[in-house]
Structures are given as C-alpha cells and as structure tokens.
Design a protein around this ligand. Structure first.
Ligand code: SAM
Length: 477
C-alpha cells in the first residue's frame, strides 16, 4: 500500500502544482507587456477582478491559455497537474466512472465530456483504461470543452490515436452549453482544475450592502473619490500571500467601490451562506462557475419528461480542484515558473486562479426543478439568482462530498495499482518513480489534502444506498 507520509516523497524541482502552498515563494515583478487591462481600466475606470481574470486568461490572442508562446504545463511550463504527475490518477477516475456505469446503466452507449482538458493527458489515461476494461467500443463521442485553439491542437494530437483505434468522435466546444442532451447515452463528465480558472468577482460586505472590490490603474487615490483603497481582510480566508498586499510598484491597485452595484448585490445574495457573514467579510464569487455547474447538474440530473428509467441512468460527474466546502476571500493568485507571483505584474503571461467554493457549485446543481417552478410561476425566491437559470425544467443532480483527493484515491485502490505497476517495472528506478508519484498525489501535507473531489450522480439513489468512495460524506442534496 502507498504510505502517504510526506517524508518519503522526493521533492521535485520545477514541478509544482497550483494549490496555495501557503508561501509567496518569490515575488517577481515584470513590466506589463499585455496592456489591454491597463488601457481598459484607464479608459473606463476600475475593472472587476473577474474582468481582469477573463482578459488575462482568455483574451483571444494574448490570454494566458490562448497564446501558444506560454508553455503553461509541465516542468518547462508554469505548473504541473495530477494527470501529468501519474497515469494512476486518470486510471482511477476512469474506474470510478465505470463502476457507476455498471451499476446504473450497463449496456447503454457512453459519452465522455471533459471541461478544460489542458494537454489531454487525463482523457488519454481514461480512454486507455476503458480500452483495458474492454468498454471503449461503447464510447461514441468524446466532448472537449476548450476555449484555447492552441490547446485544442495539443489535445487533438494526443487523442487522435483513440479516435482512429475505436472510431469514436472527438468534438470540441467553446461552451458546455453547446453539448447536446443525449438521454439515450450515459454521460461521464470530468472537470479537473477547471473551475479554479474561471473568473471570480471579489465583493465585500459593508453596512450599506455588498460592494465590489475593483482593480484600478489610477495611481492617484484622490482622483477617484468614489473609491477608497481596499483594506479589510476577509474573516473567511487563508492567509494569502498574493494580492491585496501588493506593494506600490504594481500598476494596479485593488479599490473598494463605495456603492453597491446590481452585480455585487446579486452575488452577495446568491447563497444563503453569505447572509450570516459579518460586516467586512470578503468573498470571491464566480457567477460563471455557478452557471457551468448548473449546466452540469442539468446534464446529469435530466429532464422530468424523461422516463423513470432514463432519469436514473443519465450519467455521473467528478469535479476535482483545490478549495473546499466554503467561500474564500483572498485566494486569488498567479503562477509563473512554478512560483506564486504577483497577479498584476505580468498580465497574460501568468496563470491566474482562485480556490473553488464547492458548496456554491453544489447549490448550483441542486434544487433545479423547484427553481424552475418558482421562476415560472413567479413565487418569491430571494436566494438563488434567477438570472443564472435557464427556463428548461430539470431534475437536480445528487452530489456527494467533496472528499479529499487522498481519500478518493486511497479508497479507489491506488495502493494496489502501485503494486501492479511496480511488478511490471523493468528497473528499480521505475519502481521508485511509480511509488513517489503516487505518494505525491495522496500526500496529506500537500495535494492529497488541498485537492477535493466532488461526485455527482443522477437522482436519486435508493434509501441507504451509498456511492463509493464518498462513504463518510453525507449525501449533500
Ligand atoms: C488549469 S488548466 C487544467 C488543464 C487540465 N484539466 C489538467 O488538469 O491538466 C485549465 C484548462 O481549462 C481551459 N479553460 C479555461 N477557461 C475556460 C473556459 N471558460 N471554457 C473552457 N475552457 C477553459 C484552459 O484552456 C485549460 O485547458
């Protein structure tokens, strides 16, 4: 079995993952080369964190993920992710999906959906595992939701082999909204380190309501009399090194708007959890993440006009990311060359990220049917933002967890799989690598604790039914 004790993990230089490792390893300042955020902030006034994040990551030519000159992944890039650390990660994810499929939908055709597939490593490992389990012939489509054409090319090169071998179709989409409903097909949807890359708004609870913290390019505080420097720190947060302590050398400054706006008010009331927060609390909220999670809930939950059998067998999803079952207020950060860096100093050339509020994602995926009736018949509904809802009625999906990546992988049998791989290894060095890589994934002082796994299935399992490996976790909807 894998011993997850961190002392036995070999440190790997230039090989860092993106969770908040608690230290600003190096504050690095660069002159901005991508000046669109500055131009927009100068022309129109301060911009939201969400707008800044969207521009820096997803601008069509200069965005971090869009520009092929950014290496992004691996030891030559800015960070490494679990699928690239060990093939065992994707294998065990695939085994989880197959166990759900065999329990719920044996014999149906399958389709795989991945949100933000990066280099395609996770999907490659999943397809190989399905092939080894002699189930690949059931997969008709692989849907990849990816906005970066540079990364689409990399994914195509990586996955083409499976398309040719098994005659499955690889289909790329700009948005999860473009994935068609397919109730005769079992959907397996995975999102690994995807939700953390979606833009967050930063809002602060004040005596007047929720006000947004914005990013200003104006050096002169007095010139902006509707804004004041953002100073409070969130009661909700990690001691984050990254943002709001930015020194004056930065081209941007966070500033707190003195009035609430429709978006800050909407976001502040979008979860009942936010109502009880004390004045001065700050939270990062992603309406884009909410909307995408809601669509995941709809794809997995299904429509009420599907028959009972179809309702049970629609599919399952795993959402894996860093974060927890709570809101964060100060987790926004940037990565460059495997180090946490100042997020304002190299727009478009650094990865930007924020911890995921899994409770918010669960809220988005559940209560779908009642939300529809409330919206349709105009009953008062003061919590869930109707602006995020579409008008099609859907069942809620059922969510489990999140549990830690350590618990997920250990319970899915990573220890046994390490032994299998080691028994086939042709050198001692390979055996050590297999073990160290697995230990890194489950390390309780690092990735094993910081990354969480949320399970999503179609409703509703029979009373007393559990979904492995989410055993100690209460059913959360
Ligand atoms: C941090 S990377 C994770 C890659 C991969 N899942 C992994 O774990 O190695 C984020 C991925 O999501 C994609 N992405 C970011 N924002 C997106 C959006 N709004 N819609 C679709 N894809 C997006 C990026 O291009 C990239 O492929």
């Amino acid at each position: 079995m894998v011993d997850p004790s961190p002392s036995s993990v070999t440190p790997v230089e230039k090989n860092h993952s993106r969770y908040n490792q608690g230290v600003l390893s190096q504050r690095i300042f660069f002159p901005p080369t991508f000046n669109r955020p500055t131009r927009i902030a100068k022309a129109n006034g301060p911009i939201s964190f969400a707008h800044y994040m969207h521009l820096c990551l997803s601008h069509p030519t200069e965005g971090y993920y869009m520009n092929p000159s950014n290496a992004v992944f691996g030891s030559k890039g800015d960070f490494i992710t679990s699928p690239d650390i060990s093939q065992l990660f994707g294998e065990l994810v695939a085994v989880w999906f197959m166990s759900r499929y065999l329990e719920a939908a044996r014999d149906k055709a399958m389709r795989l959906v991945e949100l933000g597939p990066g280099r395609g490593t996770l999907m490659d490992d999943m397809l190989r595992t399905l092939s080894q389990l002699r189930s690949l012939d059931k997969v008709k489509h692989v849907h990849l939701v990816e906005t970066s054409s540079a990364l689409r090319k990399t994914q195509e090169q990586r996955l083409r082999f499976w398309a040719e071998k098994s005659h499955l179709k690889l289909v790329w989409h700009d948005s999860i909204d473009d994935i068609p409903a397919a109730e005769d097909t079992y959907t397996m949807l995975v999102a690994h380190e995807f939700f953390d890359a979606l833009p967050v708004h930063l809002i602060e609870k004040t005596h007047q309501g929720w006000n947004e913290v914005l990013i200003s390019s104006a050096p002169d505080l007095a010139a902006k009399n509707v804004l004041r420097p953002s100073s409070s720190s969130s009661a909700l947060d990690l001691p984050s090194p990254a943002v709001l302590s930015s020194p004056s050398t930065s081209h941007f400054r966070p500033v707190l708007s003195e009035t609430s706006s429709p978006i800050s008010t909407l976001l502040g009331s979008s979860s009942s959890r936010f109502l009880s927060l004390p004045i001065g609390s700050r939270i990062e909220v992603s309406p884009v993440g909410y909307r995408i999670a809601r669509k995941v809930g709809k794809l997995i939950g299904g429509r009420p006009d599907s028959d009972e059998e179809g309702r049970k067998e629609l599919g399952s999803a795993l959402i894996i990311d860093y974060g927890g079952d709570r809101a964060y207020g100060n987790s926004f950060r940037a990565f460059k060359d495997h180090k946490i860096v100042d997020p304002f100093h190299r727009p478009g050339q650094c990865d930007l990220t924020a911890n995921v509020d899994f409770a918010y994602l669960k809220e988005a995926m559940t209560d779908l049917l009642s939300a529809h009736f409330v919206n349709t018949y105009g009953w008062s509904r003061h919590l869930a933002p109707t602006a995020f809802d579409s008008h099609l009625p859907c069942y809620s999906a059922t969510t489990y967890g999140p549990i830690t990546q350590h618990d997920f992988l250990m319970r899915m049998g990573i220890g046994k799989r390490v032994e299998d791989l080691q028994s086939k290894a042709t050198s001692e060095g390979r055996k050590t690598t297999v073990e160290n890589d697995a230990k890194r994934l489950v390390d309780l002082t690092g990735m094993g604790k910081e990354y969480k796994v949320l399970g999503v299935v179609s409703p509703p399992p029979a009373a007393g039914h559990m979904v492995w490996p989410f055993v100690e976790a209460e059913k959360t909807s």
